[in-house]
Design a protein around this ligand. Structure first.
Ligand SMILES: [Zn+2]
Length: 126
């Protein structure tokens, strides 16, 4: 597998369900879906993370562009920013809801589970 040239330059490494997947060094262990274009992942990613990010594409296919970015993308991103600030300043993540507990994140998992036929007790990401 190709290694990113720099931590900031995305490198296309594969296609997942016909969606280009780019690797970005600084996203270590995390991912992001940017439908209709691509999925971004860090150095450390797995199939479950790809399935989760694909779940956001399934949401996008239901909602369309604007509803996706306003109702799903924005709350998800704001949650991550909030968690980052909380951790940085207060050295805790007790007050802001865990990312995977957000309704939009659970929905992405559920859509992905249904699409790939994964049982309820199997987590779609690590
Ligand atoms: Zn997500």
């Amino acid at each position: 597998m190709k290694k990113p040239l720099s931590r900031f330059i995305p490198v296309k490494i594969l296609e997942f369900e016909e969606i280009p997947v780019f690797q970005v060094g600084w996203m270590n262990g995390h991912g992001a879906a940017l439908p209709p274009w691509c999925i971004l992942v860090g150095d450390d990613f797995n199939h479950n993370l790809l399935r989760h990010e694909f779940g956001h594409f399934l949401q996008y296919r239901k909602t369309g562009f604007w509803k996706f970015y306003f109702n799903i993308g924005a709350p998800s991103l704001l949650n991550l920013i909030g968690l980052g600030i909380e951790k940085l300043i207060f050295k805790t993540n007790r007050f802001i809801k865990a990312h995977e507990e957000l309704r939009v994140e659970k929905e992405a998992n559920n859509l992905s589970r249904t699409y790939f036929g994964i049982k309820e007790n199997q987590r779609p990401w690590k």
